[in-house]
Ligand binder design. Structure first.
Ligand code: SF4
Length: 224
């Protein structure tokens, strides 16, 4: 499947990998697919994508002890690992003081293990991650500090297209533009372009996860 995606023109993929531990993976995902996930990552790494990103959501008590293992796994397979702070996108139950683990804590753990990380502000991907380099390696590690970085949204250029045809300009807002209905009604390319431009115009400046946000669609129904 990875090769077919490359042949179809997909240039990059993001794959969730919150843990390398099989039992923890099953507990987090409610599926015993750890081996399949690892096999899928390995297949993606050799399929010819321009980049394969691994997204690791931080959870206190779960992530700390395997941070360097995850970094080394990404290094060995040539993937770009990003650590992501928990956000209250789908539910308020997961993001609690007991579960929350900050990117800053992970940076300190990595600095203790590898030495001080090297900031790389010049490295930008198509999202709000900030990148740091592991000392004595070319390897970059990304940090998506949605809850602790007060400048998190400043450079965001993200638009998400949901699987049911809605354009969503911000993960932290429930605003969506229905594209599938006008498309099915025969809208022209110009009509759709206007809808997209209008959605971009209304893109929120920042999320309100820290204040008024109420969970809505589950992340799996929004898309990464
Ligand atoms: S503006 Fe919205 S989509 Fe962009 S980084 Fe902030 S929360 Fe995420």
């Amino acid at each position: 499947m990875a090769r077919r995606l490359v042949e179809a023109g997909v240039r990059t993929v993001n794959i969730s990998l919150d843990t390398l531990d099989q039992a923890a993976y099953a507990a987090i995902t409610n599926r015993n697919f750890h081996a399949r996930a690892i096999a899928g990552i390995k297949a993606a790494c050799v399929a010819g994508f321009e980049s394969v990103k691994l997204n690791c959501v931080l959870m206190k008590g779960r992530t700390e002890h395997e941070v360097s293992d995850l970094v080394d796994f990404a290094h060995d397979h040539g993937c770009l690992l990003r650590f992501i702070e928990l956000m209250p996108v789908s539910t308020t139950e997961v993001l609690t003081a007991d579960n929350f683990l900050s990117c800053g804590t992970i940076q300190r753990i990595l600095a203790d293990h590898y030495g001080p990380l090297v900031p790389c502000p010049e490295v930008r991907t198509n999202g709000p991650a900030s990148y740091w380099r592991i000392p004595d390696r070319k390897q970059l590690v990304g940090f998506i500090g949605a809850m602790t970085n007060l400048h998190f949204c400043e450079s965001c250029n993200k638009l998400r297209l949901t699987a049911d045809g809605k354009l969503r300009p911000c993960l932290g807002s429930h605003m969506e533009t229905d594209l599938i209905t006008p498309l099915r009604a025969g809208a022209s390319d110009d009509d759709i372009a206007r809808l997209i431009a209008d959605t971009v115009d209304r893109k929120p400046k920042e999320h309100d996860f820290r204040t008024t946000y109420l969970p809505g669609r589950r992340m799996i129904a929004i898309g990464g």
